[in-house]
Design a protein around this ligand. Structure first.
Ligand code: ADP
Ligand code: MG
Length: 242
């Protein structure tokens, strides 16, 4: 198996505050990795570095063949390969679902209207919202808006999907519908890295669990580490999160 994500001793500071203190892990093609850990442990920063929304200051980071520690990394090409979805959906309110999804394929990839529409039809079906294509975001529930945000990312046909606590703003029922979409994506073979508080979901779907603590990977392994943690810190975190 070939890693499509390789972090080696990655370091990142904001001013005097060192947030990533030498983070090392790999993710192979087709794997699902769940990053868990206390608030402030550096999970979002690590994810944002993977899409070069933040630059790293030490170590190396290879994402879908792009060397992110290089100053001359091709950002446009990186952003085609990597999709990122956040807790807030950030859909354009004045555009319909179809227009939201077609925007990047049209603008970034220069796709013709018809081809972009075909892709939009495919990805909206994946998130189960075909009947909402002509709705505006405000006409959708939070869970539906988040599924549209996922579809919008998929429309760029990424090789890697990053999810940062995408269900944190949703109530349990809406959380379930978003998690089901992510589970289906995983089953379809998408490589995914997700920061999540959903322990049951991580246990079920993740091939690899990465427990971050104070800017470092404190414990990492298969999802079995959630059942039988090796460190007292992960054991405490798991029991707090249950
Ligand atoms: P997590 O996602 O695990 O909660 P974050 O990666 O968001 O953690 O944050 C890790 C630390 O970095 C926190 O102390 C946070 O306040 C700090 N931090 C994150 N982003 C910035 C920023 N842009 N500027 C300054 N400090 C930041
Ligand atoms: Mg975070």
């Amino acid at each position: 198996m070939s890693p499509i994500v390789e972090l080696k001793d990655v370091r990142k500071s904001f001013g005097d505050l060192e947030v990533l203190k030498g983070v090392t892990f790999d993710v192979n093609r087709g794997e699902v990795a769940a990053i868990i850990g206390q608030s402030g442990s550096g999970k979002s920063t690590a994810l944002r570095c993977m899409d070069r929304l933040e630059t790293i200051q030490g170590g190396s980071m290879l994402i879908c063949g792009h060397e992110l520690h290089d100053d001359d990394v091709d950002l446009k090409s990186l952003r085609r390969d990597v999709g990122i979805v956040f807790q807030s959906y950030n859909l354009f309110p004045h555009l319909t679902v179809a227009q939201n999804i077609m925007l990047a394929p049209r603008m970034v990839k220069g796709m013709k209207q018809r081809q972009a529409r075909e892709i939009a039809d495919t990805v909206i079906a994946k998130v189960g919202l075909r009947e909402k294509m002509d709705c505006y975001p405000e006409q959708l529930s939070g869970g539906q808006q988040q599924r549209v945000a996922i579809a919008r990312s998929l429309a760029m046909e990424p090789k890697l999907m990053l999810f940062d606590e995408v269900t944190s703003a949703l109530d349990p029922q809406l959380t379930g519908e978003v998690l089901r979409v992510m589970e289906q994506l995983a089953a379809d073979g998408m490589t995914m890295i997700l920061v999540t508080h959903e322990m049951a979901f991580a246990r079920k779907v993740a091939d690899r669990v990465i427990y971050m603590r104070d800017g470092k990977v404190h414990e990492m392994g298969s999802s079995d580490i959630l059942r039988t943690p090796a460190t007292p810190e992960l054991a405490a975190f798991v029991s707090e999160s249950a």
